[in-house]
Design a protein around this ligand. Structure first.
Ligand code: ATP
Length: 167
């Protein structure tokens, strides 16, 4: 399926702003074209929701979440940054594993089962993208997603009068 990435990013961003008014969400986009990626819209939504849900769940003090989007010749990058509890270097290597949770006692009350990130990773990699994590305990986390642009579809639609008409 051909999905206009920024339309989905904007929509999920607006949903989260509405659902979590106690948080400050910002969206910073350097994407000025209308890049199309080959991913089911629902799958892209799901990945963004997993990352944003986590950002909310693991930010107990500073309730700020920053989303940024950029593109180069071949890829779109979306980054989701929080200023929450962060993840240690050792755990960064493991959080994408199925059922892995950093501190079982601490995160039990947050109601997860440790599947979210493994699902996000499988979805992104299934579409030839990448997902990475940079984090520091006490400072917060940045998850980055890279998805390849479908150049052919992007060129085809770049002549549309409205840049984001396709669904
Ligand atoms: P769910 O399956 O409902 O998503 P979960 O949040 O426990 O539950 P994952 O999304 O796979 O599962 O995350 C794995 C673990 O990584 C979490 O338990 C949490 O300890 C840690 N983690 C994930 N995102 C963040 C984040 N933004 N900040 C701090 N820790 C995080």
């Amino acid at each position: 399926e051909e999905t206009p990435v920024m339309r989905v990013v904007n929509q999920v961003f607006n949903d989260f702003k509405m659902i979590h008014p106690e948080f400050t969400f910002t969206l910073d986009s350097d994407v000025h074209s209308n890049p199309i990626v080959q991913i089911y819209r629902n799958h892209l939504e799901q990945v963004l929701i997993i990352l944003l849900d986590n950002a909310v769940k693991y930010s107990t003090k500073r309730k700020e979440i920053h989303i940024s989007a950029a593109e180069d010749m071949h890829n779109v990058q979306i980054a989701i940054q929080d200023f929450g509890e962060g993840i240690s270097e050792e755990d960064v290597k493991k959080v994408f594993n199925r059922f892995y949770r950093v501190d079982k006692a601490r995160s039990r009350d947050k109601g997860g089962n440790g599947l979210g990130l493994s699902i996000a990773q499988r979805l992104v990699e299934g579409y030839h993208g990448q997902i990475s994590l940079e984090s520091s305990v006490g400072y917060g986390s940045i998850f980055r997603i890279t998805l390849p642009i479908d150049q052919h579809e992007t060129d085809k639609h770049s002549e549309d009068e409205e840049t984001n008409v396709i669904e």
